[in-house]
Design a protein around this ligand. Structure first.
Ligand code: G4P
Length: 193
């Protein structure tokens, strides 16, 4: 097991409905020393990629992205979830459907902060159905930029997102891939990487 898998086993809680709670170290209370290890690991996994910008989505992606960004000497841009509609022209927009929350958010990024010169590493905490990532990829494409890769803390390997993103031919690196969870026993099965 790697450092993140070990931490998930130690402090993650398996809930009914295939939900993994990691709010004591990843997406509510945040363990910055752990984020530093994640930044170091992503730097290794994306060695040789020409990355000048980190893109994430609010809220939980932001903390991780900021620490990862230190390792790439790059600024972080985060997509905002917005209900407003009067913003076309100045903003790139994409619709992101959440299967978990059963709603659709419009996500937006100002045209000032993303353009054809950008080689982007997308960072997020969870990959489940991949809707958030598809929205972010669409925004980079609208900007004429290049998606160099995607770095995820925890991928739920039994949901469709990972397959969809890999089928697009994008380099996707997930630090922990959960292939199964059992709420009754608390057991978590990781994919060998
Ligand atoms: P997707 O983004 O991959 O398409 O997945 P989905 O719509 O299913 O996920 C909706 C939200 O639920 C996302 O956060 C995602 O990170 C989160 N999520 C999915 N599965 C789990 C899980 O097992 N455990 C936890 N803790 N979160 C999970 P969000 O609500 O869009 O963003 P945020 O504001 O929380 O960052």
């Amino acid at each position: 097991m790697n450092f993140l898998e070990e931490r998930i086993v130690k402090d993650g809680i398996v809930k009914e409905g295939n939900v993994l709670k990691v709010d004591s170290f990843l997406n509510h209370q945040m363990d910055i020393a752990l984020f530093e290890q994640m930044g170091e690991e992503f730097k290794k996994r994306f060695e040789g990629c020409n990355i000048n910008k980190i893109l994430t989505i609010e809220a939980s992606g932001i903390g991780i992205a900021c620490i990862v960004a230190k390792y790439f000497n790059a600024p972080v841009v985060f997509a905002k979830k917005s209900k407003s509609i009067n913003i076309e022209g100045e903003m790139y927009c994409a619709d992101v459907e959440s299967f978990t929350h059963k709603n659709v958010n419009q996500v937006i990024v100002s045209k000032k902060f993303l353009g054809p010169e950008d080689h982007v590493l997308i960072i997020d905490d969870f990959l489940a159905n991949g809707c958030a990532l598809q929205g972010l990829i669409s925004i980079v494409n609208q900007a004429g930029g290049t998606v160099e890769g995607i770095g995820i803390a925890i991928e739920k390997g039994f949901q469709v997102g990972g397959r969809i993103i890999r089928n697009l031919g994008i380099k996707l690196e997930s630090l922990a891939i959960v292939d199964g969870m059992d709420a009754a026993t608390g057991t978590i099965t990781f994919r060998e990487q």
